[in-house]
Each structure stands twice: as C-alpha cells, then as structure tokens.
Design a protein around this ligand. Structure first.
Ligand code: FES
Length: 263
C-alpha cells in the first residue's frame, strides 16, 4: 500500500530515548524481543539490571531472541555462538579463537519508573538527563495501569492525534469529551528544550460522561489540559477537572455584580 505523503515517515530521530518495554514484560529467565525504528532488539535481565542487543546474530542472522539465556549471556539457537551483555561473542563452539568481528550491536538502556528506555543513536550522547519525567508510573499518590498498544499507521499521525485536543469534543464525545467547548478553546503553546507544551483551559462545562462514572459532580466544572510532548514521542499529559474553581468564580462574579449595582 502506498503511504503517499507519509512515505518519509521512515526517517527517525535517533539521538533520543525510546520506551521499549515495561520492566515487568522482561521475563526473569527468558528473552524479550521488540522492534524499534525498524531495528529488531533483544532485551534480557542481567545480574545488575538489563541489557539490549541487536536481535540478529552476527553469524547467519538468526534472531538471538530464539536462543537461550544463561546468566548474563545469551546463546544463539542456530549454531551456538554465545554473547555477553555488551554484545561480544565469548564462546564459539568448535573454534579455539573467536574472531574480533564476532559481535552484535548493543544499545544503552535505562530502567526508570517501570519503563525501559533504549537509546537508538550515538551511545556517547546517551545522557540520562534527557529522559522524560515519568514519575507517575511509580508514585504512591498516582494510580497506574500499564498497557501496550500497537498502531498500524505512520507514527507521525499518532503524534498529531495526541497533540490536538479538539478531537475530544467529537471522537470522544460520549466519554472524555462531553462538550464542543474543548474544540473551541484557544490552545496556548510553549516551546520546551526537547518538545512543546500545549495547554487548553475550558471553563464552565458539563463534567464529561467518563468522569461522571468515577465521581459525582454538583453542576458544571472547569477543565484544563496541559500537554508536554517530548521528542521523539513521549507525551506527558496531566488533565484536570475542578468544580471548586467554577464555584469560586461564580461567587467572585456575584460579588463584582453586587459591587457594580451598589455603585
Ligand atoms: S546464526 Fe547464530 S550462531 Fe549461527
């Protein structure tokens, strides 16, 4: 199928952290495979954390994820080459001397608040300060429900979808939306070091149907959406709803009106 204008979506930002998995997805004694930027990657646990290697043996390109894990090593399931967590071949059955080119690519990997991040670019530039602040994944005051969703579409369309809250009024009308005022609210934009912040404030609207299932509201509410979209595709999305602000503003409006009438 032709992807038309989206055909250039195969060009990726490389010097970035990408979420490759939840930490619970990586088995204690097994091997885990996932494709990132069209590269097959193997992830496994080591004594000190996690390792990420190219999931393609340097010998005949068999997926290493089909092999066996042994301690901090993985052995290819085809002819038995054994690799350490840095991708170096440390055992080649039938060979006394291992050729230096017998190695697979390794990737910097960091575990932070239940997510595993893999660095797809120059390893020398893999700085942890560039990780998004995903604290709410693992915080006692936040509830967290892990998940994984695969989209069969160019990733830029997903970024576009997530960046534009006007869709809530229509595609999510009966759940998160509940009011056309979201689409009508003027968004504010702010450039961040590695992304953009999009904010909308939507005052005095009915509570959305989805929220009404969670708690009871007494009248209309104020809503706010603050969206930090961090390159290459980490959306940090605090949403809020507050009836108290509506009541406060009405009291204020009434007080101003009383003052106006008095004068
Ligand atoms: S393909 Fe891996 S050892 Fe041959």
């Amino acid at each position: 199928m032709s992807r038309g204008i989206w055909s250039n979506c195969e060009t990726f930002l490389r010097n970035c952290w990408y979420v490759i998995a939840w930490d619970h997805e990586i088995p204690a004694d097994g091997l885990f495979a996932r494709t990132v930027l069209n590269e097959p990657i193997l992830v496994f646990r080591t004594a000190t954390g996690f390792a990420a290697l190219e999931d393609r043996c340097c010998h005949r390109h068999a997926p290493l994820s089909k092999g066996r894990k042994g301690g901090d090593h993985v052995r290819c399931g085809y002819h038995g080459l054994k690799f350490d967590a840095g991708g170096r071949c440390v055992d080649a059955p039938g060979l006394d001397r291992i050729p230096p080119q017998a190695k697979v690519k390794s990737y910097p990997l960091v575990a932070r608040n239940k997510w595993l991040f893999v660095w797809m670019g120059d390893p020398a530039q893999a700085e942890e300060r560039l990780l998004p602040d995903n604290f709410s994944n693992d915080h006692p005051e936040w509830r967290n429900k892990p998940g994984y969703m695969r989209y069969d579409t160019p990733y830029l369309l997903i970024c576009d979808n997530l960046l534009d809250f006007s869709r809530l009024s229509y595609v999510h009308e009966k759940t998160l939306g509940g009011s056309t005022a979201i689409a009508q609210a003027r968004p504010e934009f702010e450039m961040l070091e590695r992304g953009v912040r999009v904010s909308r404030r939507v005052p005095d609207v009915p509570p959305p149907p989805y929220y009404q299932k969670i708690r009871k509201f007494d009248g209309k509410v104020d809503r706010w959406f603050i969206y930090d979209f961090l390159f290459p595709g980490a959306p940090m999305l605090p949403l809020g709803i507050d009836a108290a602000l509506v009541r406060y503003r009405r009291l204020l409006d009434e007080a101003i009106e009383r003052e106006r009438v008095r004068n």
